[in-house]
Write a protein that binds this ligand. Structure first.
Ligand code: SF4
Length: 447
């Protein structure tokens, strides 16, 4: 029996990349990936646990998917399932939990173990209300938003999982616990995968991993060698790096951008601008090293856009440390920032640290950091007003007047929108006319 599979995910680019590779594996075996959960006889949910809120949303989504199609088999995998396998298995309608270590072989594992013909266990026991099943209010929009990575949809940008796991032990991080030791895909396989996507007319490949900078650690190679090989041996138009920890990068790393197919955007998580906080976080990059790295990259990579992640309210964070963090952020200047209030994760060392910051203070610090981030982003974008930039236009939305609204990203990851005809999955020059959104969000452009 052929499977009609509904794939859903929350969380990071790595989760999205896994959906792309499962889609390929399923379609290669003649199964179908469907866009409506009601049309599926198998549902696979890739969960997240980066914060307790992400774990809660993962459980909620599992419940919502099961209610929308109680007859389908439901498989749960990902970091929430990895950290709480019993709890995941006890969720309403769950037929199988697949660990993160078994994810690369998930399609084979599921299709071997699950008998698609048979009715799911749950349907025959209408009275068994599982204590963990979530209230029935999961929104339609949420599942539609979270369904990603099918090859049969617009072929503009694909996330490529190049490695998994992390050998670092940042004290707040649950991902390193959930994803295990570092393991990398071979350069040869990644060249084939990206050339395969190029043949399917994808324009951009985004290299992603848990610790991208750790690529090749287990294969006696490294990220620099991988990127150089991909630029040499693939024909895809654009290559982009996703989040990259600001350490273990070779001095000549910026040389890679001599090739214009490598996009001038780097997401370098800083996490705090205070060295004493960074020490309690067990981060391996302090402000001096971060400043030197950014200065070197900006000196050698034209139009480089640097974005970052930052935590406010880490245990023990004093007013002085927060002021230091703000000042360092302003000194560096970022094109965009993801700002998180500290969220203790079970099983991490930070969970046991003394000096927990109260919620009100965390919210105040988050607002203050967001104000700085918004001002920096507006200043950064203002520098591009009136210029023409290459934009990869992604899927469009039809307008009543017959034209289409398109959205896309410049090579240095500035968001742009325009109205036009047949721009989908094309890279064109676009004149950036005005900045839209408060705080500044994207450009309005003409093509
Ligand atoms: S580098 Fe640190 S934050 Fe990143 S995945 Fe590893 S342990 Fe987590």
């Amino acid at each position: 029996m052929k499977a009609a599979v509904y794939l859903s995910t929350l969380g990071c680019r790595l989760n999205e990349a896994e959906l792309v590779s499962w889609t390929g594996a399923l379609e290669d075996q003649g199964h179908t990936v469907v866009s409506r959960v009601q049309d599926a006889n198998l549902i696979v949910l890739n969960t997240c646990a980066v914060t307790s809120e992400a774990s809660r949303k993962s459980r909620k989504l599992a419940g919502s998917l099961h209610r929308k199609n109680p007859n389908a088999r439901l498989v749960v995998t990902g970091c929430m399932a990895e950290l709480e396998p019993e709890r995941a298995a006890a969720l309403a309608g769950v037929d199988m939990v697949v660990s993160n270590m078994a994810k690369d072989a998930l399609v084979a594992e599921v299709l071997n173990k699950l008998d698609l013909e048979a009715m799911p266990q749950m349907a025959t026991e209408p009275e068994s209300a599982h204590p963990y099943s979530d209230p029935p209010d999961a929104s339609e929009a949420q599942s539609a938003l979270l369904q990603l990575g099918k090859r049969s949809t617009p072929r503009s940008r694909a996330f490529i999982k190049v490695q998994d796991g992390c050998r670092n032990h940042c004290s707040y991080c649950v991902v390193t616990i959930a994803r295990g030791d570092e393991r990398s895909s071979s350069i040869a396989n990644l060249i084939d995968e990206i050339n395969g996507l190029h043949e399917e007319s994808y324009k951009e490949a985004v290299l992603t991993g848990v610790h991208l900078g750790g690529y090749g650690h287990d294969l006696d190679t490294d990220l620099f060698t991988l990127v150089r090989a991909l630029l040499r041996d693939t024909d895809i138009e654009r290559l982009r790096l996703s989040s990259l920890e600001p350490w273990d990068l070779p001095k000549n790393f910026s040389e890679l951008w001599d090739n214009p197919r490598l996009m001038p955007h780097l997401h370098l998580p800083l996490q705090s601008g205070s060295d004493t906080v960074l020490r309690r976080m067990s981060r391996r990059c302090f402000t001096d090293e971060y400043r030197d790295l950014v200065t070197n990259l900006r000196a050698n990579v034209r139009d480089l856009n640097i974005t970052t992640d930052l935590i406010v309210g880490f245990p023990g964070e004093t007013d002085d440390e927060f002021t230091e963090s703000l000042a360092f952020v302003e000194e560096i200047g970022f094109g965009h920032m993801h700002i998180f209030g500290f969220s203790p994760r079970e099983g991490t060392r930070a969970e046991k640290l003394i000096g927990r910051i109260d919620g009100k203070t965390i919210r105040e610090r988050s607002r203050a950091m967001h104000r700085v981030a918004a001002r920096m982003k507006e200043q950064h974008m203002a520098g591009y007003l009136g210029t023409s930039q290459p934009v990869l236009w992604e899927s469009g939305r039809a307008l009543e007047d017959g034209r289409t609204a398109f959205q896309g990203y410049t090579d240095n990851y500035l968001r742009v929108r325009t109205v036009g005809i047949e721009l989908g999955n094309r890279v064109t020059m676009a004149k950036l006319l005005e900045i839209e959104g408060t705080p500044a969000e994207r450009f309005v452009a003409e093509v």
